[in-house]
Write a protein that binds this ligand. Structure first.
Ligand code: GAR
Length: 196
């Protein structure tokens, strides 16, 4: 008997290159669907990308996210997984409780290195560069209340040449890893749950 697709809500704050990749990856899929895109920033390029693909969007600012639980839960009615793809607000406890092991974040470093407060996007690559690291990478993990502390699902690394790297060169390598791996890891988690 056919079952309904697993429905993802993707939370974004900025450019949305991961979102674009996720949308394209699942567009032909009968089992996983990007059902909603949520941003805290109405001007985020990511929202434009979602609209271009005909995917419903919502803007949820910091105050609404933290103080309007029933309204936010209403928007997420029927959603199976929340995917954080460059979403820069903390996820409030009520959402973590409502979606246990069903909120997945991508972080642009090999956690626990270069995680925590203030470590996002370009700041991560600047810190990795300044530390002269020999490698960096991405961590895809479940979201818990501790910032960047949830159980890792997968990590992928890339070698760096300390002294020859810039934040931009590191960002490009991380971007490639994100594009190569994030959708496939989301698919693995979402479909394994369905089977189990
Ligand atoms: C990505 O590199 C993602 O790993 C990072 O923000 C970027 C979003 O890019 N996330 C974090 O730093 C979370 N702490 P995108 O908007 O082009 O997908």
């Amino acid at each position: 008997m056919p079952t309904s697709p697993i429905r993802l809500a993707v939370f974004v704050s900025g450019e949305g290159t991961n979102l674009e990749n996720i949308i394209r990856h699942f567009a032909p899929s009968p089992t996983v669907e990007v059902a909603l895109v949520v941003s805290n920033r109405p001007e985020a390029k990511a929202l434009e990308r979602a609209r271009n693909h005909g995917i419903p969007t919502e803007t949820v600012g910091r105050t609404m996210l933290n103080e309007e639980e029933s309204a936010v839960m209403g928007l997420l009615d029927g959603i199976d997984y929340i995917i954080l793809a460059g979403f820069l607000l903390r996820i409030p406890p009520y959402l973590i409780t409502a979606f246990p092991r069903r909120i997945i974040n991508i972080h642009p470093s090999l956690l626990p290195k270069f995680g925590g407060k203030g470590m996002y996007g370009r700041y991560v690559h600047e810190a990795v560069c300044a530390a002269g690291e020999k490698e960096s990478g991405i961590t895809i993990h479940f979201v818990t209340e501790g910032l960047d502390e949830g159980a890792p699902i997968a990590q992928f690394s890339t070698p760096l040449s300390p002294g020859n790297e810039t934040p931009d060169s590191i960002a490009a390598k991380i971007h490639d890893l994100e594009q190569a791996h994030f959708p496939e890891v989301i698919a693995r988690v979402a479909t394994s749950h369905r089977k189990g």
